[in-house]
Design a protein around this ligand. Structure first.
Ligand code: AMP
Length: 127
């Protein structure tokens, strides 16, 4: 097996099937897989197959691809039966928002009553 390219993000390696993920949906332009550390009953990440650093870069460069990401997020919510009960789509963008992987991704959260969000609080498993 060839050495991993250090400029590649984790998500490019998941898209390339170089590392495993629990994939729930794939389109020609997007991939959706379950978050390895779920923060809700449903916690799925949706990524465009083309890499942009964050949602602002994606929106500026390719708005149609951003629409594809949102459409896949809605499809994932539908597959998990969340459309009636409701769900949340989050794009963490930059340091204060806690973005850790710099390949834009939508978090799709739902399947239970979600908490409020905004100001910093420790994750339950860290406290
Ligand atoms: P963010 O903090 O918004 O950049 O989100 C990155 C997300 O990627 C976090 O919620 C992590 O739990 C998730 N994550 C990290 N590694 C993996 C992986 N191998 N498979 C699935 N999700 C992952």
């Amino acid at each position: 097996m060839s050495e991993p390219d250090p400029s590649e993000t984790l998500f490019e390696r998941i898209i390339a099937r170089e590392i495993p993920a629990d994939i729930v949906e794939e389109t020609t332009t997007t991939l959706a897989f379950r978050d390895i550390s779920p923060q809700a009953a449903t916690h799925v990440l949706v990524v465009p197959k083309t890499r942009y650093r964050d949602v602002g870069e994606l929106a500026a460069a390719d708005p149609a691809l951003l629409a594809d990401v949102i459409a896949t997020a809605h499809r994932v919510a539908d597959l998990d039966g969340l459309v009636e009960s409701g769900y949340r789509v989050v794009f963490n963008t930059g340091a204060d928002a806690g973005q850790t992987v710099f390949h834009v991704h939508a978090h799709v959260l739902g399947g239970e009553q979600l908490g409020f969000f905004g100001r910093y609080q420790e994750k339950p498993d860290e406290g």
